[in-house]
Design a protein around this ligand. Sequence first.
Ligand SMILES: NC(=O)c1ccc[n+]([C@@H]2O[C@H](COP(=O)([O-])OP(=O)(O)OC[C@H]3O[C@@H](n4cnc5c(N)ncnc54)[C@H](O)[C@@H]3O)[C@@H](O)[C@H]2O)c1
Length: 239
Amino acid sequence: MSGTIVITGAARGQGAAHAELLASAGYRVVITDVLDAVGAETAERLRATGGDVVYRHLDVSDESEWERLADELAAGEPPLRGLVNNAGILRHGPIADTTVDAWELQQRVNVRGTFLGIRALAPLMEADGGSIVNVSSSAGLVGSTGYAAYSASKAAVIGLTRAAAAELAPAVRVNVICPGGVSTSMNDDEPVGGSSSSAPLARRASPAEISPLVAYLLADASSFVTGSVVPIDGGLTAV
Ligand SMILES: NC(=O)c1ccc[n+]([C@@H]2O[C@H](COP(=O)([O-])OP(=O)(O)OC[C@H]3O[C@@H](n4cnc5c(N)ncnc54)[C@H](O)[C@@H]3O)[C@@H](O)[C@H]2O)c1
C-alpha cells in the first residue's frame, strides 16, 4: 500500500495498534495526539521495526492545529490517502451528576474534533481519492446508564459520517466503526468485562482485533463501501 494515513489519538490504545498494522502494510503513518512523550515513543518503536511513522502534536479540538497539519501534509510526500478520526474521551457518570463542562468536553473532542479533521483533510484527498474512518462506539448505537454525554457524542459522529459520505462522494469515502468494549486505558476503571460480559462473545477486544477493519475501510478493497456504520463489538448490539 502507498500513501500517507493520519491517525488521531494514536499515542496509545487502539490508535497505536492501527498505526502498527498500517505501517506494516506499507503506508506512511502520521501519529497524532496530545500525549507528546507517549506519541513520540510509539512512533520510535514502530520506526525501529521498519515503519515509516512520525509523531505530530495535534489537539483535535483546535482548528489552527488542524490547519497547520494540513499545510504540512499538502507540501509533503507521499500524498494523503486516509484519515482515522480515532481520538476520543469518556467521562461517565449519571446525568444528574454530569456538569456542563464534562458534557461539552466530550462533544468538543469526540464530535468537533471529528468534524474539524474531515474539514481540514478531506480537501487534500479530493484529487486522487481517499478514505476517512471515524470512530464511534457501541455507545453511539445503544444507550446505557452513565454514558449519556459520551453516547450523545458518539451518535453525533454517526450522523456526521453519513452526511460527509453524501457530500464528499465519490472522491472521498467516509465510514464509521462502532467498537464494543476494547481493553485500553479508557476503560481501566470499569468493572472487568464491563458491558461486554453480556455480549455473545462475552469479552472485550484487544486493540489489534479492531485494526484490520480500519485497514479494510482505508484500502481499495472497500471501494464500494461509504456511509456505512460498522459495529465491531463481539455481538453486543446484535442481541
Ligand atoms: N476502549 C473502548 O472500550 C472503546 C469502545 C468504543 C469506542 N472507543 C473509542 O475508540 C477511540 C480510541 O480510544 P481507546 O480505546 O484507544 O482509548 P485511549 O484513551 O487509549 O485512546 C484515546 C486517545 O485519544 C487521545 N486524546 C484525547 N483527547 C484528545 C485531543 N483533544 N486531541 C487529540 N487526542 C486526544 C488520548 O490522549 C489517547 O491517546 C476513542 O474514540 C474511543 O471513544 C473506545
